[in-house]
Design a protein around this ligand. Structure first.
Ligand code: ADP
Ligand code: MG
Length: 485
């Protein structure tokens, strides 16, 4: 497969986090009974007129600024004409020639360790449009129902240049974009509910020749499906070409059950949609004051925060990338560092990325719902750092905080008597007991078996209920074992 190069461009539909629809006052909340959130405009009743939602425009401006794009002073809404049962107007209001956001880029980090690399993915454009309704095929005794609650939900469609070269790069892009739209508060990012859906355009060609013909995989709503669908599609295209076949431009669907894609329809060209400016809507004019006001309201962006974490806390690029995966995680980390002390940033990073992440994962919780607050975690780290508790005991303290056995690490350490034993006299007594009780291990160690040493350390730690200072135990044991008999 090495002589083929993969080319991928992604179009993402991001549902904007507005309370009401893009051209009507109906609510956008997910999960309401069918057709209870459809205003006359969404139903396309005769004589109604669309009114643009200002908040949707603001979301588009935020996005444009966050990706370093040009926010168009003047953009135009156009009618994209096609027939579909859940599109009662017979056209979708979108933007065509003059989109609100033009250009920009998103930085992606791909892979880990030695194979890790970063690259920019250029954006072509992002435009505002309305979502269509939904056809419901269940529960209708063989008939199909139409739910127009989703009709008119504001979308930002974000289109990339064909810059990605593997399924992994495509997934890295989708993850970065997903994190960004949540970070800047323009989308809830709920992929199960369809708030963030990707279409992947995939082609293959021999390097040095023009790009191949692409097929577009529609509506991928999980990162795993995105990866599986692209990988399948790449294999299928290469096989088809190597068997002497040709690729027809087409729109395809991914079937997660079989892990395969199948053609849905041959792909329309733009001229098939008979785009023209919507006469019901004025051109969208965005003043530079509005843009500047919006810029001032943006939070520190992920890339800037990542660079600052590396510079201020001495974190690796990998750690800084992981900790800036979401604004919630970045805030949590910084609050923990504030509580533990800046010198403990690396230890805080480990606790957030490893222990806390694993515990959240086990409980199926998001970081915002963590029962252990950042200040509490910082307290645990501070007690490791000053030698009050060992790492192993710290895990116990963390778990106790998790289940609410105390308000702080100090309280739990005090109440449960978890303070590390650093009194060398006390440790020496334990060491002597263990040596006396385990002559077989002692003999093995003297015969050159290093493993026996670890067994003895384990026995001492057990006798100390985990509370002995491990460095002291190691040193004392070795000293005693190596002393001439
Ligand atoms: P359309 O208007 O038909 O949707 P576009 O030219 O806007 O087509 O491209 C749609 C997406 O397809 C973009 O993300 C673009 O980067 C991508 N794309 C274009 N050509 C190719 C290609 N040969 N292989 C893979 N992706 C491509
Ligand atoms: Mg398109």
């Amino acid at each position: 497969m090495s002589q083929w190069e993969v080319v991928i461009g992604i179009e993402t539909h991001v549902q904007l986090a507005t309370a009401s629809k893009i051209f009507s006052g109906a609510a956008t909340a997910f999960g309401a009974a069918p057709n209870t959130q459809a205003a006359p405009v969404d139903l396309a009743l005769p004589g109604v007129l669309p009114v643009l939602n200002k908040r949707a425009v603001e979301c588009a401006i935020r996005f444009g600024l966050a990706v370093g794009a040009k926010v168009a002073e003047r953009s135009v809404f156009a009618r994209k004409n096609y027939f579909y049962p859940d599109l009662p107007k017979g056209y979708q209001i979108s933007q065509f020639e003059l989109p609100v956001v033009q250009g920009g880029q998103i930085h992606i980090s791909v892979g880990q360790g030695d194979k890790a690399y970063e690259k920019p993915v250029r954006l072509t454009r992002a435009h505002l449009e309305e979502d269509a309704g939904k056809s419901l095929h269940e529960d209708f005794h063989g008939k199909t129902g139409i739910d127009l609650n989703r009709a008119g939900t504001p979308l930002l469609e974000i289109v990339t240049e064909p810059d990605m070269r593997s399924a992994d790069e495509a997934v890295a892009y989708a993850r970065a974009l997903h994190a960004l739209v949540r970070w800047i508060g323009i989308c809830d990012g709920n992929m199960q509910e369809g708030s963030f859906r990707c279409d992947a355009n995939v082609s293959v060609h021999r390097p040095g020749t023009p790009f191949g013909t692409r097929r577009e995989i529609k509506n991928l709503n999980s990162f795993r499906f995105l990866k599986e669908a692209i990988e399948y599609e790449i294999r299928w295209q290469i096989e088809t070409l190597e068997e002497g076949g040709t690729i027809e431009q087409a729109t395809v669907l991914f079937d997660p059950a079989s892990g395969t894609t199948r053609a849905m329809r041959s792909k329309e060209d733009a001229h098939d949609y008979r785009y023209f400016p919507d006469p019901d809507l004025l051109p969208l004019v965005i003043s530079s004051e509005w843009i500047e006001r919006t810029r001032a309201e943006l939070p520190e962006l992920p890339e800037a925060k990542k660079q600052r974490f590396m510079a201020d806390y001495g974190l690796s690029a990998y750690d800084a990338t992981t900790l800036t995966a979401s604004l919630e995680m970045a805030d949590y980390f910084e609050a923990a560092v504030a509580a533990a002390g800046k010198d403990q940033a690396k230890l805080c990073a480990n606790w957030v990325m490893v222990d806390l992440a694993a515990r959240l994962n086990k409980a199926g919780l998001e970081i915002a719902q963590a029962p252990v607050s950042a200040v509490q975690l910082g307290g645990v780290v501070a007690r490791i750092a000053d030698g009050t508790i060992s790492n192993a005991i710290a895990k116990k303290v963390f778990e106790a905080l998790w289940v609410g056995e105390g308000a702080s690490a100090d309280e739990i350490i005090e109440r449960q008597g978890l303070k590390q034993i650093t009194d060398s006299g006390a440790i020496e007594r334990l060491v002597d007991e263990v040596l006396a009780a385990n002559p077989a291990n002692v003999a093995e160690f003297k015969a050159g078996k290093e493993k026996a040493f670890n067994a003895l350390v384990g026995q001492v730690m057990k006798a100390a209920k985990g509370k002995a200072n491990p460095q002291q135990v190691n040193a004392l044991l070795r000293q005693k074992l190596q002393a001439p008999a």
